[in-house]
Write a protein that binds this ligand. Structure first.
Ligand code: FES
Ligand SMILES: [Fe+2]
Length: 455
């Protein structure tokens, strides 16, 4: 970086060349600043509402040194507490070894050290030999510390900052642009996580742009190649494909009709995606794609194949009680195919399924490690939702397409420390989401702002 005062980029600057220094990905100082100025200030996605169906159900969520208990306290009420005993600081609910988080159901929380106990509302209900404190233990000093909690999209969101603004305000404009997709109705098909040897941002950025697809996932090139865009959306960003004219719904993402016979290439693409990524599609869509060659004559144009395929899959699902929301093509063009929710959550949305990623740091002393997780959701007939748990999954057991991304994550983390690396130069059009992330991070953290290249 040059010696001039660093610029604080604005959203307009994201459309030009910017360079991101490697400090944000490797420095312990930066990781510590993130803990204090980022993770303790922002709204974080901490779990799904459906994981807490009954009063007393709880989950924990950990971010660096902080752990939070989210508790269902009434049929439509959730509360969140700092997962720490006000007596001498024991973590109240331990995460079982090898688990992503603790999950269970309690009528009260009892500290395992000296037995202080708390009701679901976080009030202290038992202290042995309380008189020994000679009356100085107030309800405030003996109850659990409250953490802000709210819900949107079927997720539970927490904020460690008692003075933070509302979740609704924070998620703008992502929440309103995603509202037509009714994401709260989707349920997970699978959920996997692992600890990975890269900074959490390297992990998120591996999925926050479409520029890498043709090189990292060359198998998809035979189906078609569409150009992808990325837009700044305030704190957040979104990405999408420039779908060819005449294709509807999520055609840009689904990339039908690249081959000579769009009936067959749609089927091949669907089978490939189902088997090698297990994301971005559903069994209904795969089955409907397999029927295209018998339902449509040879020579049917790509746009017609796409329309027929989506329509018949929609009807198949409707027959089993799975109703896709209607989203106008003009809206799809604005909403794109995935949102990067600041700072560490990505929602890859569609009308009938979604693919979400999250990455979190593990320790301020280890900026080159993160917890990475992915979950695939879809719409199910009421009562037929599968019961899924977060499964720890070694890299070699993830779907092959994700392993291709993992290979980049490890190699990028290694390359960034190379003395010869001069900083990342994201594509100002296709990778604007990455510059947008660092612009916003710099506003919270006070360092690491993307800079124009030195001349
Ligand atoms: S630390 Fe919890 S009761 Fe003592
Ligand atoms: Fe990828």
């Amino acid at each position: 970086m040059n010696e001039m005062t660093p610029i604080a980029p604005s959203p307009e600057d994201l459309e030009k060349c910017l360079v991101i220094g490697p400090e944000a990905y490797v420095s312990k100082d930066y990781a510590l600043a993130e803990r204090d100025r980022l993770w303790r200030k922002v709204w974080l996605q901490a779990g799904r509402v459906e994981d807490l169906p009954t009063v007393g159900d709880f989950i924990t969520y950990a971010i660096l040194d902080d752990s939070v208990i989210v508790m269902r306290t009434s049929p439509d009420g959730l509360r969140a507490y700092h997962n720490v005993c006000p007596h001498r600081g024991r973590r109240l609910i331990d995460t079982p070894p090898g688990q992503r988080n603790a999950r269970g159901s309690r009528r009260s929380i009892i500290c395992g050290y000296h037995g202080w106990s708390f009701d679901l509302e976080g009030r202290n209900i038992y202290i042995e030999y309380q008189d020994d404190w000679q009356g100085c233990l107030t309800a405030e000093r003996t109850g659990l510390g409250a953490v802000q909690v709210d819900t949107w999209g079927g997720w539970i969101w927490i904020n460690l900052d008692p003075d933070a603004g509302s979740l609704n305000e924070y998620l703008s404009p992502a929440a309103s642009l995603l509202e037509p997709y009714q994401l709260h109705n989707m349920r997970p098909r699978w959920r996997r996580w692992l600890e990975f040897g890269c900074n959490w941002k390297v992990a998120m950025e591996a999925f926050a742009e479409t520029y890498h697809v043709s090189t990292t996932h060359p198998e998809f090139n035979v189906f078609a190649k569409f150009r992808g865009w990325a837009r700044n959306q305030g704190l957040h960003s979104n990405i999408g494909y420039e779908a060819p004219k005449g294709l509807e719904e999520d055609a840009g993402k689904l990339r039908v009709g690249g081959g000579d016979d769009p009936r067959l290439s749609t089927e091949e693409m669907q089978l490939f995606t189902w088997e090698n990524a297990n994301t971005n599609t559903t069994r209904t869509m795969v089955e409907a794609a397999k029927r295209l060659k018998t339902e449509l004559p040879p020579g049917t144009p790509a746009a017609e194949v796409s329309r027929h395929w989506i329509k018949s899959a929609r009807e198949d699902d409707a027959r089993r009680g799975v109703i896709w929301p209607d989203v106008a093509p003009e809206h799809t063009a604005k909403a794109g195919t995935a949102w990067q929710i600041f700072p560490n959550f990505q929602i890859g949305h569609a009308v009938n399924n979604m693919l979400c990623y999250q990455a979190r740091p593990v320790s301020v002393d280890e900026p080159e490690r993160c917890i990475f997780e992915a979950a695939v959701y879809e719409l199910y007939p009421a009562g037929e939702e599968p019961a899924t748990e977060w499964e720890y999954t070694e890299p070699s057991a993830w779907p092959p397409v994700l392993q291709q991304d993992f290979a980049n994550m490890a190699a990028v983390q290694a390359g960034m420390k190379n003395i010869g690396f001069r900083g990342a130069q994201p594509n100002p059009y296709m990778e604007r989401s990455i510059a947008s992330l660092h612009m916003n991070l710099a506003r919270f953290i006070g360092m690491g702002a993307p800079q124009p290249p030195e001349q």
